[in-house]
Write a protein of this length. Structure first.
Length: 141
């Protein structure tokens, strides 16, 4: 297909297929943006006269009609994972894995836990801080 053969309807079908295919909203928006930039470039080079992406509408993703997807480990996978953790008595990562699996904490919150944050009597964790890692990006000349 030539660039001048692509119209708004063609791009709209592509975007709709992404929505129907379960792509994340951010992924769809990024793809739409990149396509828009490409067609702006095509206009600048006089390959086309109109950007077909400019009139595209993103249909909302109907989350109620989608199948319920597990965002956590299924009970079967969780059982296998715990069995694997229990095979090695010296497994130093087991406590972290168990806390993360059953508490709902973010990794940074779990890594920042201290013994003073654990209330064994009331079976509670007190989250007071989190560990974060900042990455510095620099340019080398």
């Amino acid at each position: 297909m030539k660039v001048y053969d692509i119209d708004t309807m063609t791009v709209q079908k592509l975007i709709n297929n992404m929505v129907d295919g379960g792509y994340a909203s951010d992924t769809i928006k990024k793809n739409k943006h990149i396509l828009g930039q490409f067609f702006d470039y095509a206009i600048d080079n006089k390959w086309i006269s109109v950007n077909p992406v400019s009139k595209i509408k993103l249909k909302s993703q109907d989350r109620n009609n989608k199948k319920e997807k597990y965002k956590v480990l299924t009970p079967e996978i969780r059982k296998k994972f715990l069995e694997a953790l229990n095979k090695d008595e010296a497994n130093f990562i087991k406590p972290l894995c168990v806390v993360l699996m059953f508490s709902g904490l973010r990794i940074g919150e779990a890594l920042a836990l201290k013994w003073s944050n654990v209330d064994f009597e009331n079976k509670r964790l007190k989250i007071e801080q989190a560990v974060t890692q900042l990455f510095q990006i620099c340019c080398l000349k």
